[in-house]
Design a protein around this ligand. Structure first.
Ligand code: GDP
Length: 627
């Protein structure tokens, strides 16, 4: 259990636990504290230990370490993390950064008045093995859902056989006295969506490939998504009961996709199963345990719980419910919890068989009741010792979320990526093209641009338009999307705009390669095109010299300061900006079609009745064709 430290009074970042400000300095701090001039000389050199909360903004971290924000941002970038001063880092990242400056840190213990939760760094001696968490990926109709059902039916945890299955988003099975947790929402979209939200809960991914259908586009997508997340794969070759099943062909196709199974000389485990006949399931589960064992998965059951929300909803009779996967610690009925921006006290807990539980240990999925509102999937749960602490933690989370939406918490565009004083170390690219034959040459040309400092990696490539799944992968991997002779699907366009993912479309391979090359040397400038925004006709003129044109807006809208071209008899007579825009003598920011307005063009242009003013705005184009 954690111990509480401090009086409960909030400490400012940069103040050590004893209330003494940490030493100001301009460069790298060293590990020894200098005695202050007024204090008696210290006998022993004391290392500077800075206390940090579980999460903090980059700015707060810089202040706590007595560094400039720029120095911290540079270190973050050198770790491939593009961040601005108002974005949030977790304790692990912060301590990593601190060590680069030779500053020792420790996590602040829970301080109720700040809503900070106890340290997540665990002593090795407190750790115990924990069950693996598994997600099932694969092409549509290859049997993901059937396999999840088959596993569930054949391997119910011994003492709960006969319980009624509840779909809570995840379930646990038992094999040879060991447990495995399966996430119930198959598919790489859900998997990567969680990851894009900063929650990676999966330890092992099962890739389902139907033996009669072989490797298909979504199989390849799933492979890329698992690889990008660094999650090991176990292949389940399904539907082996079918007469046209061809296991060897599947293995060959997998090898071509870079997933080489054991009997082909690789290190990926493959198991033949039939979800329909329920054969091979035992073998699959044993293989999952084998692969998981190599990862040495551990957690400390004797500490306050930390977990992630798998799904959540409002139940008419029971109020807000959330399925939480406990990642560390033990959650007990009666515990106060902060879940994202929501808090509460665990009133009751149920497992996937609807059985009431008193406690939930690491890797267990549980449905909890007692929250004040419905949290979001991907939100983190933290148990807290008091209601006040839970509430403050939730409030802090809400504030951080609000700050992040304001400060563009997004991966950077290609233009910006290499322009900061530090350097990005990796550039992840998702490559889409109209035909298979274009993919490889583009991939090779792009990856060949890698330098000693920057690795360019095409983490996924496929034919077809840019989809939402591509955008999710780019978001989760902080990469960009390069499309060649393809379009962006409408849903994907919206998603990319929201997530700030840079999508660049090209018709010419050279342009794509050249843009990335320029970006690497910090020479890529954003390109802009003019897009027509409005059209107005001059109906009369005013002013001492007739400099004000009384106009009717015919199309679109006229916006103050927009680029403007005045036309007379089909020829451009003047170019400039809308310097002044008025409606009924009042300054207006914009005037829409169908309304009258007074316009003054920059550069003392004299307009005549019948002249037409076309206005334009500049739009950024990424690539050589607009989205
Ligand atoms: P999902 O889209 O990947 O979740 O695939 P489903 O689990 O919905 O399965 C798609 C279809 O394949 C369904 O009609 C299943 O009954 C069938 N199916 C799944 N597994 C097997 C299997 O092992 N053998 C046979 N013959 N059919 C299967």
């Amino acid at each position: 259990m954690s111990t509480r430290v401090g009086s409960g009074r909030p400490r400012r970042p940069g103040q050590s636990q004893r209330g003494r400000p940490t030493r100001p300095h301009s460069g790298r701090p060293d590990t020894s504290a200098r005695p202050s001039l007024s204090a008696p000389a210290a006998k022993k050199r004391e290392p500077v230990v800075v206390e940090l909360p579980q999460t903090m903004t980059v700015k707060e971290l810089a202040e706590a370490l007595n560094l400039g924000s720029g120095q911290v941002i540079k270190e973050l970038i050198s770790r491939g993390l593009m961040m601005t001063i108002n974005q949030t880092v977790d304790f692990a990242t912060a301590s990593d950064i601190a060590s680069a400056f030779n500053v020792q840190v420790r996590a602040k213990a829970l301080d109720a008045s700040e809503g900070v939760i106890a340290a997540e760094i665990e002593e090795e001696e407190n750790l115990r093995p924990r069950p693996p968490v598994v997600t099932i990926l694969g092409h549509v109709d290859h049997g993901k859902t059937s396999l999840l059902d088959a596993i569930r039916q054949t391997n119910v945890t011994a003492q709960e056989a006969g319980g009624i299955t509840q779909h809570i988003g995840a379930y646990q099975v038992e094999i040879n006295d060991q447990k495995i947790t399966f996430l119930d929402t198959p598919g790489h979209e859900a998997f990567t969506a969680m990851r894009a939200r900063g929650a990676q809960v999966t330890d092992v991914a099962v890739l389902v490939v139907a033996a009669d259908d072989g490797v298909q586009p979504q199989t390849l997508e799933a492979i890329s998504h698992a690889k990008a997340a660094g999650v090991p794969l176990v292949v389940a070759i399904n539907k082996v009961d079918k007469p046209d099943a061809n296991v060897e062909r599947v293995k060959q196709q997998l090898a071509e996709a870079g997933v080489v199974v054991h009997d082909w000389g690789g290190d990926v485990e493959a198991v033949e199963v039939s979800a329909r006949r329920k054969t091979g399931i035992q073998d699959l589960l044993e293989t999952i345990l084998l692969v998981a064992e190599l990862k040495g998965l551990k957690a400390n059951p004797n500490r306050p719980a930390v977990g992630t929300v798998i799904e959540a909803q409002l139940d008419k009779t029971r109020g807000p419910t959330a399925t939480v996967l406990i990642e560390n610690g033990t959650l007990n009925v009666g515990d106060y919890v902060a879940v994202g921006s929501v808090y509460g006290r665990v009133r009751a807990m149920f497992n996937d068989r609807g059985k009431r539980l008193k406690k939930a240990e690491p890797a267990m999925p549980v449905e909890i009741l007692g929250l004040s509102e419905v949290p979001h999937a991907g939100d983190r749960l933290h148990a807290a010792p008091t209601e006040q602490a839970a509430r403050l933690f939730a409030q802090r989370h809400a504030q951080q979320m609000a700050a992040e939406t304001q400060t563009v918490a997004r991966p950077m565009s290609l233009e910006e990526m290499f322009k900061t004083d530090g350097h990005a170390k990796n550039l992840n690219i998702i490559l889409k093209a109209d035909v298979q034959g274009s993919l490889e040459p583009i991939q090779v040309s792009l990856e060949r641009l890698s330098t000693d400092e920057v690795t360019i990696k095409v983490i996924h490539q496929a034919t077809g338009n840019v989809t939402e799944s591509d955008v999710l992968l780019a978001q989760a991997s902080e990469g960009i999307i390069v499309g060649f002779n393809v379009r962006v699907e409408p849903g994907a366009k919206r998603a990319a705009e929201q997530a700030g993912v840079d999508v660049r479309l090209y018709n010419i391979i050279y342009d794509a390669v050249e843009d990335v090359r320029k970006a690497l040397v910090g020479m890529l400038e954003p390109k802009f095109v003019e897009v027509q925004e409005g059209r107005a006709e001059v109906r009369q003129t005013f002013g001492r010299n007739g400099e004000v044109a009384g106009c009717m807006v015919l199309e679109g809208k006229i916006v103050r300061n927009a680029i403007a071209r005045a036309m007379r008899d089909g020829k451009v007579i003047a170019e400039g900006r809308i310097e002044s825009l008025r409606r009924f003598k009042e300054d207006a920011r914009e005037v829409a079609a169908g309304y009258e307005c007074g316009i003054v063009l920059s550069g003392n242009v004299r307009l005549q009745v019948g002249d037409v003013i076309n206005t334009f705005r500049k739009e950024k184009v990424a690539g050589d064709v607009p989205l």
